[in-house]
Design a protein around this ligand. Sequence first.
Ligand code: UT7
Length: 318
Amino acid sequence: MSYTIAGTGYALPKRVVTNGQLSEIVDTSNEWIITRTGIEERRVLTDESLTELALQAAKMAMANAKIKSTEIDLIICATIRSDTITPSLACTIAEHIGCTAPAFDVNAACVGLIYAMEIADSFMASGKAKNVLILTAEAMSKLVDWTDRSTCVLFGDGAGAVVLQPGRSRLACSMQSAANNGSILMPNTEGENSPFNKHKQDKMVVQMDGGEVYKFAVSAFAKRSEEVCAMAGIVPTEIDWILPHQANLRIIDAALKKMGVHKERALTNIHKYGNMSATSIMVLLAEEIERGRFKRGDKLLLVSFGAGLTSGALLIEY
Ligand code: UT7
């Protein structure tokens, strides 16, 4: 027994920030950002909190799944950093929706949704949970250095949610963590106020060696995807739709070329939202379900890579 997708939801900040607006803050241009990444604009939190977005997404997913909060047996939230270190965002949402099921956060950066879905699958397979609410929520605008043009133009904020119920959708999954070697790092210097600690701390912002991560991303994308296809006994060209992590259109194109898959199979929303870490694939999935893109039985590949360095691919039958 595995799961089926019973309902999805998403929520985005109201504030749209265009490439043109960023070029007034850092030395960049609309042309550079579009040609190097495919991003045209992103959403950025202003007066909303990440918790509010996650709550909106959770309510939408529960309404679409026609499920009450008291019927949920487990809540998992994929996030790098929620509004509070404790309680976890999953616990905060549980309280808001009136649910007392176990709730916890998972930090697997951009691969968080796939990790969370695998954890949910284990709980469901062992009979410990029947209805699972998975959330993804990222406030990347609070984590980037707004003076660093090599990172601040890439990211955006958002939240998503999916309700999983017993079914037979999961076909195969492959997840990995590889040596980070400093390629994506964000030191946690919050609360470094101990009088006994005299070490000078780095700035608490995302630092990334873009070129190194690019090479890792293309290779991990293709490898994890080919692994899940082999596990499920299909070839990559049999996948109906690919929902890749939205970090860079060039990464998606290069990985698909490696796999011999036509790029029309890949769905994208990077132009509107940039890279929303764990939330990118979740929002993409929810939007595409909303617009009726998939037929029952379609094979969907969710594939992601990111800080850790983590990577993962999940093949499901819609
Ligand atoms: O979700 C986590 C996973 N993250 C990723 O997967 C990101 C992977 N990496 C990438 O997507 C790409 O490496 C980037 C989009 C981050 C950078 O693209 P690139 O083609 O690798 O550019 P680059 O870093 O090699 O930089 C090329 C040039 C440099 O100038 P010089 O040294 O050639 O004079 C940079 O200083 O572009 C410059 N540059 C910019 N110019 C204008 C870097 N950022 C900008 C910018 N605007 N925003």
